[in-house]
Design a protein around this ligand. Structure first.
Ligand SMILES: O=C(O)CCC(=O)C(=O)O
Length: 260
């Protein structure tokens, strides 16, 4: 079974959830002519990195985003890996990924485990401590957020437990585009799985972002890759391929768990 993916490499309007919700609705609708099975959004797409105003603009209990994405997923019968949002619960804010199935049900919630100090995340957010694993279309998947991809041991845990597709929403800055590309390709090769990574486009007050959203296969091959600009990137994945690659080079069987 192949799955069609659409990645919305969106230029987030800084600190303006209302505009971002409006824009995202039309972007999601724009993907529909390609009949995607899964739509993927970038990190913190409702607010961008407007961290000093989170009191005002974070989504209280994630309710607004949940209602909005759930309705679109159900209406269009499409799975949506809804990037991440600043989710406020009592006085704490997390950088939280939400995943919805074609019935509009929330099937997964994951808060970024590794906070990125270079962008002051640890001053305004608290980290998550739950698994990235979930199932979509009967395929075992896992989700991580941006800086998380620098922690192969965290991602490995999920691959060992069976994840075949790794989703990565991000706001990755342009000066480290090489790191972004190399880390994503490495995570795909070493874990012998698909990597579906949706970065934002554009700039905010402090950073220009890298774009270069990517779909990478379990052999490390680039299935689709965008440039810097705002765009929608399309590609197809075949989760059964993962088993073939894992049989060809049985990395998981060859691990020396007696040593490490
Ligand atoms: O690790 C990096 O270089 C970028 C990470 C990042 O921008 C983030 O986690 O938001």
């Amino acid at each position: 079974m192949s799955l069609k993916i659409a990645l919305i490499q969106y230029d987030i309007v800084f600190g303006n959830p209302e505009k971002n919700f409006r824009n995202m609705e039309s972007k999601i609708e724009e993907t529909l002519e390609n009949k995607p099975d899964i739509i993927v959004l970038p990190e913190l797409w409702t607010t961008g990195y407007d961290l000093t105003r989170l009191d005002e603009i974070a989504d209280k209990n994630g309710e607004k985003t949940r209602g909005f994405i759930s309705a679109l997923a159900k209406k269009h019968r499409v799975n949506i890996v809804a990037g991440s949002i600043a989710k406020q619960k009592e006085d704490k804010v997390t950088n939280t990924m939400l995943v919805f199935n074609r019935d509009g049900e929330l099937v997964h919630e994951y808060s970024k485990v590794h906070l990125f100090r270079l962008m002051d995340e640890e001053k305004y957010l608290i980290s998550g401590n739950t698994t990235g694993a979930f199932t979509l279309e009967d395929v075992p998947c896992a989700g991580f957020i941006c800086y998380d991809i620098r922690f192969p041991e965290w991602i490995r845990l999920h691959a060992v437990e069976g994840a075949k597709v790794l989703f990565v929403p991000a706001e990755w800055p342009e000066p480290r585009t090489d790191h972004w590309r190399s880390l994503l390709i490495s995570r795909a090769i070493e874990n012998q799985c698909y990597v579906v990574a949706c970065n934002r486009a554009g700039r905010d007050l402090a950073n220009e972002f890298a774009g270069h959203s990517m779909i990478i296969g379990p052999w490390g091959e680039i299935i689709a890759e965008s440039g810097l600009e705002e765009t929608i990137l399309y590609g197809e994945i075949e989760p059964e391929e993962v088993e073939k690659i894992r049989k060809k080079i049985p990395v998981f069987e060859d691990r020396r768990t007696d040593l490490y």
